[in-house]
Design a binder for this molecule. Structure first.
Ligand code: NAD
Length: 503
């Protein structure tokens, strides 16, 4: 028995057209657990029309009333996060503790959005000229589209929708078709929190649904997160349709280890950030740059640690096997990542740990691949040039800090990076000189807190606005400046045809 995962339109499940559906699998068992509806023109139209209607009243609802709904959503999410984490594990495969971490990081953005009355305060300049005041205000855009990837089915949508909704917009979310159920769970939670029907819509599907949102004249903006080729496509197509677009793309995150670093700390960090969530994180470390003579010792420490990891079904119930790392999201993706292991070995990198021979604690048909470690990787190899998005860590050797920096700056991606060192001066120089959006100093996954903004540089972001924080508020609102004159009744009147100037 499989279940149908419906769209969510106008505050309720909407089954869509039965001819267009996609399979959803549990990656730990390989079994199909559901079918997700794929939107066609009718569902796209229904979703946007419902959102447009709802946006009119919601945008005029007082900012305090909107904030109260966001507070209630936060309370419900916090009390039921375990349910959401289990849904994530069942369709994505990440282990339960990691899924809880994902929900917690999304919840931080909800908490940030609870402060929307403060965040929407405008400027006010009284008496800029005699009897003239100027103020700035920000208003919602209307209907905003969010298109999200498989790897964070709850957190990535939450990078955007709490701020968008709090600011007075109606959201149409197109989640990944690989793990669609988290979006429906969050939609039902919004309803329980008192959000009016139509303010949060879920439109499931593939390219048809995405293109429908990109082209629709009633969708004012697009927030996209996914791979670089699709991010670039989305940016170009939606921009051409006159929308405001932020399109976050792929990554190849380097971690530089200087000779003065604590190598145990660095090895722990490389393993946690390289293999957490099976490497399916846009902020995963996929390249370790060992500077000077650190290489041999560091590789040995990383390899030793990979041997302690438990690979298995990440659901902690009914039986907790204590898995550190779950399966990959689909069989196709698992096979693609495994083909990079073949390619790396063929291209001459040293295969130190081979994940293809994994002994996973899970069903035989799960999409398993163990942690894989390559040493002596060089920049021409495909395991270096391509975003693999799996548990494959490459170690590149560099003679000097300058060589390591040049390597990162020459890379087409610029999402995250980290430096491990005990030298404050080197860390400070790195912060200044590296061409990357998010930087960690002795922190391998430097995901900014919700009140800062998340985003990369170069091919990791198309558009100039990062997610959440002040940039998120700016993205989901547009500004007006109002100039007002209330003349003093005692002195008003008289003609003045010269160009108005301050007096
Ligand atoms: P993806 O690009 O395949 O899919 C992302 C979204 O685009 C999905 O909703 C999907 O349905 C849709 N889509 C896919 N192909 C499309 C097409 N041809 N036309 C229109 N829409 C299409 O990405 P994914 O595999 O789901 O996610 C992994 C990728 O996302 C990785 O590259 C990862 O680095 C990236 N990512 C980036 C960030 C970031 O912050 N920069 C965060 C998370 C994930």
């Amino acid at each position: 028995m499989t279940t149908l995962i419906s769209h969510w339109i106008d505050g309720q499940a909407h089954p869509g057209t039965p001819e267009r559906v996609g399979d959803v699998t549990n990656p730990a068992t390989g079994r199909v657990t559901g079918q997700v509806a794929f939107a066609g023109p009718d569902e796209i139209e229904a979703a946007v029309a419902s959102a447009k209607k709802a946006s009119l009243d919601w945008g005029r609802t007082s900012v305090s009333a909107r904030a109260q709904v966001v507070f209630r959503f936060r309370e419900l999410l916090n009390s039921r996060k375990d349910e959401l984490a289990r849904i994530i594990t069942s369709e994505h495969g990440k282990v339960h503790s990691d899924a809880l971490g994902e929900v917690a990081r999304g919840q931080e953005v909800v908490e940030f959005a609870c402060g929307i009355p403060h965040l929407l305060k405008g400027g006010n300049s009284p008496q800029v000229s005699t009897g003239v005041d100027v103020k700035s205000i920000r208003q919602p855009l209307g209907v905003v589209g969010i298109i999200s990837p498989f790897n964070f089915p709850a957190m990535v949508p939450m990078w955007f929708f709490p701020v968008a909704i709090a600011a007075g917009n109606a959201v149409v979310l197109k989640p990944s078709e690989k793990d669609p159920s988290a979006a429906n769970w969050m939609a039902a939670l919004w309803r329980e929190a008192g959000l009016p029907d139509g303010v949060f819509t879920v439109l499931h599907g593939d390219k048809v649904a995405v293109d429908g949102l990109l082209d629709h004249p009633d969708v004012a903006s697009i927030s996209f997160v996914g791979s670089t080729p699709i991010a670039e496509y989305v940016y170009e197509r939606a921009s051409r349709a006159g929308k405001r677009v932020q399109a976050l793309g792929g990554a190849k995150n380097h971690m530089v280890v200087l000779p003065d670093a604590d190598l145990d700390l660095a090895a722990d960090a490389a393993v946690s950030a390289g293999y957490g969530s099976a490497g399916e994180r846009c902020m995963a470390i996929s390249v370790v740059v060992a500077v000077g003579d650190t290489g041999d010792e560091l590789v040995a420490k990383i390899a030793e640690r990979t041997g302690t990891l438990v690979i298995g079904d990440g659901a902690d119930a009914p039986q907790d096997i204590g898995a550190d790392m779950g399966p990959l999201v689909t069989k196709v993706h698992r096979d693609k990542v495994a083909s990079y292991v073949d390619a790396g070995a063929a291209e001459g990198a040293t295969l130190v740990v081979d994940g293809r021979a994994v002994d996973a604690k899970g069903e035989a048909d799960g999409f398993w691949l163990g942690p894989t470690l390559f040493d002596h990787v060089t920049p021409e190899m495909s395991i270096y040039t391509d975003e693999i998005f799996g548990p494959v860590l490459s170690v590149v050797r560099a003679e000097t800090y300058a060589e390591a920096l040049d390597l990162i700056n020459a890379n087409k991606y610029g999402n995250g990076t980290a430096i491990f060192t005990s030298n404050g001066g080197a860390a400070r120089a790195f912060e200044t000189d590296v061409q990357v959006g998010m930087i960690g100093v002795n922190v391998p996954i430097p995901v900014p807190m919700a009140y800062y903004s998340f985003g990369g540089w170069k091919a990791s972001l198309f558009g100039d606005t990062h997610a959440h924080g002040a940039e998120g508020v700016h993205f989901f609102t547009r500004g007006k400046v109002v100039t007002t004159r209330w003349p003093d009744p005692a002195t008003a009147g008289g003609l003045e045809l010269a160009f108005p100037k301050n007096s």
